[in-house]
Design a protein around this ligand. Structure first.
Ligand SMILES: [Zn+2]
Length: 111
């Protein structure tokens, strides 16, 4: 149960995070472009590039799932159950709701 001002704060946090996450996805997508074999870079740099690419791929997967979670929360802004953990049914501290807008769960249930 969130008060209207807290709901408004959550809506703003969601907008900020949605934009940040979309930008991050864009950057990671560029970083995960195939590493060209005919690049005039040495073998070691090429191995570096491939390793960086798999790090970026992991980050991309994470950012995409965060984006899905944020979008799901954005659809729930009118939900009266917002701020109640769907697992343990306990109220979630408002600070957590606003700092972790992508998580519908309380700290204990999220892990
Ligand atoms: Zn919980």
């Amino acid at each position: 149960m969130l008060s209207p001002p807290h709901r408004q704060e959550l809506a703003e946090a969601l907008l900020t995070e949605l934009e940040k996450t979309r930008n991050a996805i864009h950057v990671y997508e560029e970083m995960t472009q195939p590493v060209s074999p005919e690049n005039a870079i040495g073998r070691v740099s090429r191995m570096d590039a491939i390793q960086n690419k798999s790090v970026a791929e992991a980050a991309l997967r994470q950012a995409r799932s965060k984006l899905n979670a944020l979008e799901a929360m954005a659809k729930r802004l009118d939900d009266p159950e917002l701020g109640i953990c769907p697992r343990c049914k306990q109220p979630i501290p408002v600070r957590r709701v606003i700092l972790m807008p992508q998580s519908p769960y309380c700290v204990n249930c999220a892990s």
